[in-house]
Design a protein around this ligand. Sequence first.
Ligand SMILES: [Zn+2]
Ligand SMILES: [Zn+2]
Length: 246
Amino acid sequence: MHDRHVHSVFCLHGSGRRTEDILLERIEAGASRVTFTEHAPLPPGFDDPSPLRDSSMAMEKLMEYRAEILELRARYAGKCDVRCGLEVDYIEGYEEPIRQFLDQYGELFEDSLLSVHFLHGSCVDFSPEEFERLLSEQYQGDLEALYRDYYRVVALAARWDGGAHKPRRFGHLDLVKKFRDQFPLESDKANALAIAILPDIAAGGMGIEVNTGGLKKPCREIYPAQPVLEAAKALGIALSYGSDTH
Ligand SMILES: [Zn+2]
Ligand SMILES: [Zn+2]
């Protein structure tokens, strides 16, 4: 099994475990290949909206992170094939600095994810309180409008010209459902909104991941939901597996 979405000690909102302990846990879970995909530094000028300012690693840590993963790759050769990647944020309005970052550093990271965590400068997955604030401030409480807007941004990300090192697959495609226990939108409706942008993903040559991290989140469901996965498969969109272990 190849787990292609794993975080490290460089994640500020993670468990704080050593990267090697996280790797050992993934090997124990049956992974013969592990791709570390730490949250890439946010683009200059973008203020981390998470109240704890812990969304991603600082730019100064980037090479230290890479060095640690390469060290583990060497140490575990023959036992587990360790790869080094990033989880890169697509943030509407910051395409230029994100592309500059990828142009400069992308080739050092062989297998990365593109994720949408931010909408209108807010974090959709930080907490129910932050989600509620976004919902009322930007969408007048209209949950379907928020979902629709989330997928509008994902579609933009899919078609974005991010250069030669743009990640080729999306992380947790329907992350916007994370707090659906408190902010429920009918599943069929929510899934239809995700399915509607799959052609953009196919057109952008992007894959998506089957992210089991969602099972432990308030939504208690994989990202993306099964009907979305089925529709993606029918369109020939490549699927990868990721535990999103932190
Ligand atoms: Zn994370
Ligand atoms: Zn993520």
